[in-house]
Design a protein around this ligand. Structure first.
Ligand SMILES: [Zn+2]
Length: 305
């Protein structure tokens, strides 16, 4: 398994007290390095602007990359730019592109992108919900356009619905988006009735739901849809904010639930995509949960690799 990251991803600073803090990524990196000393670590390159423009408007790309920031620049109530944000966002998106290239070239079957800021709330034209560029969407579009794939899937188990990923691909049958998420919860999208052109699958979880409900949502509803889609490449939006310790949401998942889903996703990629799977860090705001769940997620991927 490859691991893509970059120190620039630690330099995006939304300000004191903000939950999407650099310590999140440090926690993941330290835990993963200790648990899996044999992973092949690689520097994430910067995403080229052309790759960002496949899914984002020029206005959004320029607002993130070309705004002169001193101190902080507020894009919405909880989404901010600091002087290091443009470089972090470029490396986060670039990690996904490089990971897709590597698994398509057969350098490895699996890759994990340990990056921030997260991406799945960013729509084509709007940075929101702590997200600047939608790195998973950029990676999916790269797989379609640069590698000619026509069945790419994004499986998103962050506790929040990935409204941005859904909106970007809602009319594009080449990309399937599947999500489990707490409802009601920000950003208040992702009703199961939202099906796009048959390429969206949403499963909602009630506040307080635990591993049994989570495993039922994936095992009985989302994984069968993903199986039927037969993805040629599986991308994962890996957010760990459904853990019981997370301060921003109300689910009661345990690390072992993330290991279970990682194993299921990797096995499915093995059946349809020659094992090709690229997982990207999204949310997760308890440092203890991030440590345990990122390790459990990767263990699950490796169990079925
Ligand atoms: Zn989240």
């Amino acid at each position: 398994m490859l691991l893509y990251t970059h120190t620039a991803c630690l330099e995006h600073d939304p300000g004191p007290g903000h939950p999407e803090c650099p310590a999140r990524l440090e926690a993941v990196l330290h835990a993963v390095r200790a648990a899996f000393p044999a992973l092949d670590w690689r520097q994430a390159p910067e995403a080229p602007r052309d790759a960002l423009l496949r899914v984002h408007t020029r206005a959004l790309v320029e607002s993130v990359l070309d705004t002169k920031v001193e101190g902080q620049h507020r894009l919405d109530e909880d989404t901010l730019l600091s002087p290091g944000s443009a470089a972090a966002a470029l490396r986060a998106a670039g990690a996904g592109i490089a990971a897709v290239d590597a698994v398509m070239a057969g350098e490895a079957r699996q890759a994990f992108c340990a990056v921030r800021p997260p991406g799945h709330h960013a729509t084509g034209g709007t940075a929101m919900g702590f997200c600047l560029f939608n790195s998973a969407a950029v990676a999916a579009a790269h797989a379609v356009h640069a590698h000619g794939l026509h069945r790419v899937a994004i499986a998103d188990f962050d506790v929040h619905h990935g409204n941005g990923s859904q909106a970007i691909f809602a009319g594009d049958p080449r990309v399937m988006y599947l999500s489990s998420h707490q409802a009601p919860l920000y950003p208040y999208t992702g009703d199961p009735a939202e099906r796009g052109v048959g390429n969206l699958a949403n499963a909602t979880l009630a506040p307080g739901a635990g591993g049994a409900a989570f495993r039922a949502a994936w095992g009985e509803r989302l994984l069968p849809e993903l199986e039927a889609f037969r993805p040629q490449l599986l991308l994962v939006s890996a957010g760990f904010d459904g853990h019981r310790l997370d301060p921003l949401a109300d689910l009661a998942l345990e690390a072992e639930d993330y290991r279970w889903l990682g194993r299921e996703l990797a096995a499915l990629a093995g059946r349809h995509a020659e094992g090709r799977l690229v997982s990207m860090l999204e949310g997760g705001y308890s440092l203890a949960a991030l440590r345990a769940c990122s390790v459990a997620h990767l263990q699950g991927l490796l169990d079925a690799a």
